[in-house]
Design a protein around this ligand. Structure first.
Ligand code: AMP
Length: 125
């Protein structure tokens, strides 16, 4: 089932964490790495990923340690603050599993900003 099951060590974000492929890093601490999305959907589109091996939000919420979860979400807020997005506002999004269209099986939060972001979801479909 997509978003659950065995962690795939070969996924692209695991490879970024291991330094095997490059990223445009915007933030890193003990718990999280943040980098520009390769296919940005807004003027600012950054991905924040935990350093641990978690497939999805479901996996992270179920198995993540207290400090890990706190550290990760604090990093998400800190990244948005450092990017200057608090005053204009921003959106975060996490895809989980099949219906969401999650592509990369390493938990990640998208941060979008830099323009008015419109409706939360497309209306069609
Ligand atoms: P999701 O559909 O939520 O799994 O989103 C995966 C995101 O990862 C997409 O927005 C992709 O553009 C992005 N992505 C895929 N490969 C890379 C990469 N090598 N560096 C940065 N972003 C990537």
């Amino acid at each position: 089932m997509k978003g659950l099951g065995e962690y795939d060590e070969g996924n692209v974000f695991a490879r970024i964490l291991r330094g095997e492929i490059p990223c445009r890093r915007v933030f890193e601490d003990e718990w999280a790495l943040a980098f520009d999305d390769i296919n940005p959907q807004a003027p600012t589109h950054v991905l924040v990923i935990p350093k641990g091996r978690y497939i999805s939000i479901a996996d992270f919420a179920a198995r993540g340690g207290q400090a890990e979860i706190a550290g990760f979400w604090r990093a998400v807020g800190e990244v948005a603050r450092r990017l200057g997005l608090e005053a204009p506002g921003y959106r975060i999004l996490a895809n989980m599993g099949e219906d969401s269209g999650q592509e990369v099986p390493h938990f990640h939060v998208h941060i979008f900003g830099g323009r008015p972001l419109g409706r939360m979801l497309p209306t069609a479909g």
